[in-house]
Design a protein around this ligand. Sequence first.
Ligand SMILES: Nc1ncnc2c1ncn2[C@@H]1O[C@H](COP(=O)(O)OP(=O)(O)OC[C@H]2O[C@@H]([n+]3cccc(C(=O)O)c3)[C@H](O)[C@@H]2O)[C@@H](O)[C@H]1O
Ligand SMILES: Nc1ncnc2c1ncn2[C@@H]1O[C@H](COP(=O)(O)OP(=O)(O)OP(=O)(O)O)[C@@H](O)[C@H]1O
Ligand SMILES: [Mg+2]
Length: 277
Amino acid sequence: MATADSVVRAEDPFDLTFSEAELDAHRDHITSFIEGQVDAAGVDTVVMGLSGGIDSTLVSHLAVEALGRDAVHGLVMPSEANRADNMSDAERVANDLLGIDYDVIEINPLVDAFLDAYPDAEGDQLAVGNLRVRCRAVLNYLVGNHEESLVLGTGNRSEALVGYYTKYGDGAVDCHPIAALYKQQVRQLAKHVGVPDDLAEKTASAEMWSGQTDADEMGMDYDTLDSILALHIDGGVPAAATADRIGVPIDAVETVREMYESSAHKRAMPPGPEPLY
Ligand SMILES: Nc1ncnc2c1ncn2[C@@H]1O[C@H](COP(=O)(O)OP(=O)(O)OC[C@H]2O[C@@H]([n+]3cccc(C(=O)O)c3)[C@H](O)[C@@H]2O)[C@@H](O)[C@H]1O
Ligand SMILES: Nc1ncnc2c1ncn2[C@@H]1O[C@H](COP(=O)(O)OP(=O)(O)OP(=O)(O)O)[C@@H](O)[C@H]1O
Ligand SMILES: [Mg+2]
């Protein structure tokens, strides 16, 4: 139900917990997927952004399992919107958890250069936040081109279904290894493969601007979002029955459907007219 901070939290979230056997199967499935993508592209290595958040921590962990630590290059790309503890967690993942090579590249100067070129966008929180995300995408591909690597993405099923990512920003990658997992399953698999609890349980944040959290911006926590996606969007349970089942106002279910429908363009190739002849 809605709380004082106006984030909707389901009274009885839908249980998406995997068994240990299912977690093992997903681990194998995803590491095989990463190996397959790299083989098919005829390369040996991958590059990816490390944010200290759970999505990039899990993907980098599984990439090391699939390819070995020498084949994974991390980029930690702080901006003024990032909390220092998240950036130090990103370095902790690279150094202590995985032992991979990584670079730290400050993106503030790049963002400033774009805003010098187009000052009208200054102060536009969403446009500048998306610009920060797209600067990271440009750097991922600079390194990827130079090292003949694939760019690994970290999009999960929850984000993809509601379009909660930046088009041609964090969506600009060569593949998304955890695309089949809802957010709470990302946390489960992370713990299963040995990611420390403090990283696996962290509050999700896009950090496009200071203090942003996914739950505040979307107006519901991930347990609620995942429940509505699994039951109503993926499962075809009617909106009213979904709302009753998990204990949320029907508005929350309708909001998710609206996010799903209005973000369809992010899940498709850019369209063009059919050839005339
Ligand atoms: N119907 C349509 N058909 C074709 N294209 C359409 C369109 N509607 C908008 N567009 C295009 O899409 C643009 C808007 O999309 P976009 O630029 O992505 O921007 P938008 O979706 O407005 O913002 C990105 C959202 O994703 C969140 N995010 C971003 C990055 C990371 C994370 C994270 O979780 O880490 C979350 C962010 O907080 C924000 O809520 C429009 O400016 C327009 O160019
Ligand atoms: N400061 C950063 N430096 C490097 N990469 C980043 C940074 N911020 C975001 N990214 C990249 O963008 C991806 C999308 O961000 P997102 O916030 O959805 O994932 P996350 O931080 O890994 O997990 P969470 O959603 O739980 O915060 C990250 O997984 C990471 O690959
Ligand atoms: Mg994050």
